[in-house]
Write a protein that binds this ligand. Structure first.
Ligand code: FES
Ligand code: MG
Length: 576
């Protein structure tokens, strides 16, 4: 491929011409202390930074930007740090998912509107990875993704604690009365000991792994713990590489192909990925013009074993252990020819070349194909009269006895209603009942909050029951577990069949055959549908109004319709 020359640089259209407008650009660059040394024939690399003081997972990224800058300067580029929305999973209400598309839009327009030639994207907390990647794919400039990296393992009283997963576990015990306030406070102080993302194989670690599976990170980047010094070296390497990618014109359409997408899905399944990955994989692929569907995901899921023995699918280990065991390159090496090793990555080489030197240092943490954690992939897509467009379940993280199940529904129209049910110690229910929460989907939530792992009801907890079938149009945290059927599409709020079921209806789940039905006749469902009335819109103004007008259903990735690659004519480059 022909290398770009300085005259070809996109930023040269701002800085090079001898005209009035460009003189303005140069003088305003000089206002910041720049000189011709900064803009003459040098790629301008944006460091897209999701740091904020309310983003604990990204709290090191202000420092890490300095390391990226070092790399960009070493390679002869000009760094510019551009702050974007910070995606703080733990603080954003009603849910960070409401803001993924807003962030993606912001990234796309930030890159397009400025004199930028390439980018390093920094993030990792749940929605930040898909938002950054979606926006940058649509902008189409060469970019490298620098994963924020996971935090250190949690620790309390000598116990290794996993983000999210152990919070749910200890909360059930607290509600069951088996632990007191002192232990609960100890867990609170010990479960998040450093900056970095959740260190279970939750949504954050899954999405960072998927970015590496797509070929959008440098080899090994996704598993480096945030506090490890090698994270700084990786940051500098990303800066250097982004400059080179501009000269090579290595744009993302050359990386995110069908082959790379299949690799990313395979990696997701082999990591025992978060259910959220399903939505984000579809959304990211579609931004690259690849019509990935739930059926593709299910078929790869059926044949890909889970190799990463990391909680919550695995029993024991956390992301720090995964890093010491060799990280994602070692896992990808175990996957062998299940991956397309000819796919090109941001390194400029093939995936096969990237992982050729990878070593698995701990075969209990990173399993081989002959000794997997689970023989089938971690996620299954269900369909039936209750979910004509699909629903998702994570068989690897549930009690296997629920794989085929028939039980009566207990239906709640809102989270508040469900909370009253689960907190009622004398609510009449058996472990065979199915808790059904609706109006928690993309429009109903709004933003499809992570309410799908409905906490176990007190009425069952007191009998020592720790799992039951739960069903909703919501998502659940990637660190969650249990027999939770999620992402039911179409959602109840727009009149999907979930809106029509009543307490006492029999729910039929058959994971091996991928079926989710309600045992109610078509005639009865039609009669109920005729009586159904649409709820009032959640928003009448602001971003929420834009969201509810344009968000697509879960099976389509919850992107905005107008941000899809196939929506209308391509966005032109800004005229200068
Ligand atoms: Fe940020 Fe979990 S809260 S990754
Ligand atoms: Mg999460």
């Amino acid at each position: 491929m022909a290398r770009k020359t300085p005259d070809d640089l996109r930023s040269a259209r701002w800085f090079a011409p001898d005209d009035l407008r460009s003189m303005g650009h140069r003088s305003r660059a000089m206002q910041m202390g720049w000189s011709g040394e900064d803009w003459d024939g040098k790629p301008v690399i944006a460091i897209i930074n999701t740091w904020s003081d309310l983003s604990p997972c990204h709290h090191h990224l202000r420092d890490r930007a300095e390391w990226v800058k070092r790399g960009i300067l070493q390679a002869g580029g000009t760094p510019v740090e551009m702050p974007v929305h910070s995606f703080s999973e733990q603080f954003l209400k009603p849910t960070s998912m409401l803001y993924r598309n807003m962030g993606a839009l912001e990234v796309e327009e930030t890159l397009r509107a400025h004199p930028i030639d390439g980018a390093v994207l920094m993030g990792g907390c749940d929605k930040s990875t898909p938002a950054l990647v979606m926006g940058a794919l649509s902008a189409g400039l060469p970019f490298v993704f620098l994963p924020a990296g996971a935090m250190l393992r949690g620790n309390y009283a000598g116990e290794k604690l996993g983000s999210g997963t152990d919070v749910w576990k200890y909360w059930d015990e607290r509600r069951a009365g088996t632990i007191g306030k002192e232990e609960w406070d100890g867990v609170q102080g010990g479960i998040a000991r450093s900056y970095g993302t959740c260190m279970t194989m939750g949504t954050a670690s899954t999405m960072m792994s998927i970015a590496e599976g797509f070929g959008l990170t440098l080899p090994g980047a996704s598993a480096i713990p945030a506090p490890d010094a090698s994270h700084k070296r990786m940051a500098a390497a990303c800066g250097r590489r982004a400059v080179e990618m501009v000269w090579e014109d290595l744009t993302p359409d050359k990386i995110v192909t069908w082959a790379a997408t299949r690799n990313a899905v395979t990696v997701a399944m082999a990591t025992g990925c978060s259910t959220n990955a399903i939505i984000h994989l579809i959304a990211m692929a579609r931004r690259a013009g690849i019509p990935l569907t739930l059926d593709h995901l299910d078929s790869i899921g059926r044949t890909t074993p889970v190799l990463a023995n990391i909680r919550p699918s695995g029993k024991e280990y956390l992301m720090e252990d995964f890093f010491y065991a060799g990280g994602l390159p070692a896992l990808m090496k175990e996957l062998g020819d299940r991956l397309d090793l000819t796919a090109r990555t941001v390194s400029g080489k093939t995936l096969g070349e990237d992982i050729s030197g990878a070593v698995n240092y701990n075969s209990d943490v990173i399993r081989s194909l002959s000794n997997p954690v689970y023989h089938e992939g971690s996620l299954a897509v269900l369909k039936g009269n209750l979910a004509p467009d699909g629903a998702v379940i994570k068989p690897a993280a549930m009690d296997p006895k629920f794989q085929t199940h028939r039980g009566p529904a207990i239906v709640a129209d809102s989270y508040a209603e469900m909370k009253a049910i689960i907190n009622d110690e004398s609510y009449p229910m058996t472990p065979d009942h199915v808790l059904v929460l609706r109006n928690a989907g993309p429009l109903g939530g709004p933003g499809m909050p992570e309410w799908g792992m409905i906490p176990m009801p007190k009425a069952l907890l007191k009998h020592g029951i720790r799992d039951m079938v739960r069903l909703s149009d919501a998502r659940m945290s990637g660190t969650s577990y249990g027999a939770c059927i999620l992402h039911v599409a179409p959602e109840a709020y727009i009149g999907g069949p979930l809106a029509l079921i009543e307490t006492g209806d029999m729910i039929e789940l058959d994971v091996p055959n991928r079926i989710l039905n309600v045992a109610v006749s078509e005639a009865d469902l039609a009669e109920r549908r005729a009586r159904w009335t649409a709820p009032a819109p959640r928003y009448e103004r602001g971003y929420g109004q834009m969201f509810i007008q344009h968000v697509e259903q879960a099976d389509k990735g919850c992107d905005f319709d107008f941000l899809r690659t196939d929506f209308g004519a391509p966005v032109p480059e800004p005229e200068i």
